[in-house]
Design a protein around this ligand. Structure first.
Ligand code: G6P
Length: 621
């Protein structure tokens, strides 16, 4: 949701800014813009819609300069119009600002500034920040040599403005009269500084930096960075000047491009054998027949003392949590509760001291998940994260956790993060199981299944051509049902979500037997039911549900284990995937459903990587 880029150095700023904004497209946006300083003010180019539009505008009106800022906006305050697109100017054009986050008290400040004569040209909360900084700048005593003063008056003006704001921000400020400096600041919305050779970059996540620099500095909340081409000074609101630590970014330019695939989503679907292998790498302990994790920051005794586990997250991560609930309850016989983060943060459930909390998140930036994690920490619970993005806010604030190591996920519809989350949760279930009653032989059998998983995922990916044929037959249907039981129930929910997200077809996921209690009323000859029915304890029961759908003329697409001839007698379409232990089966079942959603969306001409209204990382409540 919203993206920020900034550049200061000796190269052409626009080249990096535009390429950075393209790399941030995946976050979701509806307008975009750039600004560079020019004699007497700023030159801005903004466009509603895609970056391609902005690019076209830039070809008409090229922006030259060695410093600049850029932004992709996902509308919150005011619709997606040119006037509301960032960068916004403050005062009489003294500053330009790009901003991610939400300013909650913007209206009160706006009223005050309007009373002072400031003229607002947009409906955004960001324009308030621009005017406020400009106002604070005017109140700074003049200094003859800014550079000799480390641009301190500029930093003080920005800080004074920020102190008046309630809400969240990641922002970058450019000054008309001091174009040799940029100021970046964050509170609750990520910002990363890239350190180059006599140049600095700023971005709201690492992807724009890949291929430009691998030396990065994560700004922390309440930190402000003053950047020139060859200096970087970080100031904390309360602690003053702080020493920054440069980390090495493990991201190549190839990681953030499509690598020959038509879409990021397809690339990421096909990366799953590797991403799952990375999730298990170094974490399977064959001597003790268990899993091991370096970052939980709890002793085995403390973990053994946990009586209950609370898993929380949003969207696809919530579905992974549901898979985790089945896995942990089955393998460890521990009671597990799953709660939407948005509900958990306000529900105030009674929780015993021995409850361990896990926030499940791909991005590590989801506002509701972060708020839920903070609330659980405030209550004194040990709050851990299962997270993909290294250095993200949730990864930093959690008491410990497990990284997915899935690599960047750019497609808005989450795919490889889901299967990696399910894999990590399966290993966690094994770990808790082995701390409790699960025997050595069971542990080894489970390890064997986990080791075999990447090849089986590759087997499931082999269904792509078959799924594409099926997609062509059903692409114009208006409603789909996704049905599965037990471990496959969350996979059914996730399959329905994938279809909704990228093809805009109405889809519902249900436990297969529940469909009799309402959804069956939807069934007709143009309403397909996708059944997840691998062999297992409830296979016959699901088969009875298939009969019920067929008796009402509904088409059935059955995802079954290889060699299953029984389902083929009833179902209209059969997709065969490899078999595995039932607690890992959702990881295989979801593969053809990801492919089905993908191929249907492509057949309907939908923009798979940039679905309408969605954002990859939802940083507002
Ligand atoms: C957004 C994304 C979903 C994602 C959800 C949670 O809605 O579009 O794909 O599942 O946020 O995101 P997280 O990064 O916390 O897993």
């Amino acid at each position: 949701m919203c993206g920020i880029v900034g550049y200061i150095g000796s190269n052409d700023a626009t080249e990096f800014l535009l390429s950075g904004l393209r790399r941030l497209e995946y976050r979701g946006y509806d307008s975009a813009g750039l600004a560079v300083p020019a004699p007497g003010g700023f030159r801005r180019v903004r466009a509603v819609g895609r970056i391609d539009e902005l690019d076209r505008e830039l070809q008409q009106t090229p922006l030259a300069g060695n410093v600049g800022i850029g932004h992709t906006r996902w509308a919150t305050h005011g619709p997606a119009t040119l006037e509301n697109a960032h960068p916004h100017l403050g005062g009489d054009g003294a500053v330009a600002v790009v901003h991610n986050g939400v300013i909650e008290n913007f209206q009160a400040i706006k009223d005050r500034l309007e009373g002072q004569g400031y003229v607002f040209r947009s409906a955004t909360d960001t324009e308030v920040i621009a005017h406020l900084i400009s106002d604070c700048l005017k109140r700074q005593p003049p200094v003859s040599d800014m550079a000799a003063n480390h641009y301190e008056p500029l930093a003080l003006a920005v800080q004074a403005a920020l102190l008046q704001l309630q809400g969240t921000y990641g922002l970058v400020v450019l000054f008309r009269d001091w174009p040799e400096v940029l100021i970046a600041a964050r509170l609750g919305s990520p910002l990363i500084v890239g350190v180059g050779s006599r140049e600095h970059y700023v971005a709201s996540d690492c992807s724009p930096l890949a291929g430009y620099t691998d030396r990065i500095v994560y700004l922390a909340d309440n930190e402000l960075a003053v950047l020139s081409a060859d200096s970087l000074r970080v100031v904390h609101r309360d602690q003053g000047h702080v020493r920054h630590r440069i980390k090495v970014l493990d991201l190549a330019a190839g990681d953030v491009d499509r690598g020959g695939y038509a879409h990021f989503m397809l690339k990421e679907i096909f990366e799953q054998p590797e991403s799952i292998r990375n999730a298990t790498r170094g974490r399977l302990d064959l001597d003790a027949a268990t899993a091991k994790f370096g970052g939980l920051n709890l002793t085995a005794r403390q973990l053994r003392g946990a009586k209950r586990i609370l898993l929380t997250g949003c969207g696809t991560s919530w579905h992974a949590a549901l898979v985790g609930e089945y896995q942990i309850e089955t393998l460890a016989r521990l009671s597990v509760e799953v709660e939407y983060a948005s509900e958990l943060r306000y529900r105030n459930p009674p929780l015993d001291d021995d409850t361990l909390v896990f926030a499940i998140t791909q991005s590590g930036e989801t506002a509701d998940t972060l708020a839920a994690l903070r609330e659980m920490k405030r209550k004194g619970h040990h709050a851990l994260a299962v997270c993909n993005v290294v250095g993200s806010t949730i990864a930093n604030e959690a008491d410990g956790g497990i990284y997915l190591h899935a690599g960047p996920e750019i497609g808005v519809a989450s795919t490889k993060a889901f299967t990696s989350q399910c894999t990590v949760l399966a290993m966690l279930a094994l770990y808790f199981g082995r701390l409790r009653h699960l025997g050595f032989d069971d542990g080894m059998r489970i390890i064997g299944e986990l080791q075999a998983l990447p090849d089986k995922v590759a087997g499931a990916l082999g269904t792509s051509a078959r799924v594409q044929e099926i997609a062509a037959r059903y692409a114009d249907c208006q409603t789909f049902l996704y049905l599965g039981r037990q471990f496959n129930f969350p996979a059914a929910l996730e399959g329905a979500l994938k279809l909704k997200e990228i093809s805009y077809i109405h889809a519902e996921g249900y436990p297969a037997a529940e469909m009799k209690h309402g959804p069956i009323a939807l069934v007709d000859e143009r309403t397909p039911s996708v059944f997840l029915m691998p062999r297992g304890p409830v296979y016959d029961k699901v088969m009875a549900n298939v009969q019920e759908i067929k008796a009402r003329g509904g088409p059935v697409i059955a995802v079954v284990c290889e060699g299953d001839r029984d389902a083929a007698r009833l179902a209209d379409e059969v997709i065969e995937i490899p078999a595995t232990d039932e607690f890992l089966q959702p990881i295989l079942s979801i593969i053809p459903l990801q492919l089905l959603a993908y191929h249907i969306a492509v057949a309907r001409g939908c923009d798979v990587d940039k679905p309408r209204n969605l954002a990859k990382s939802v940083t507002v409540e």
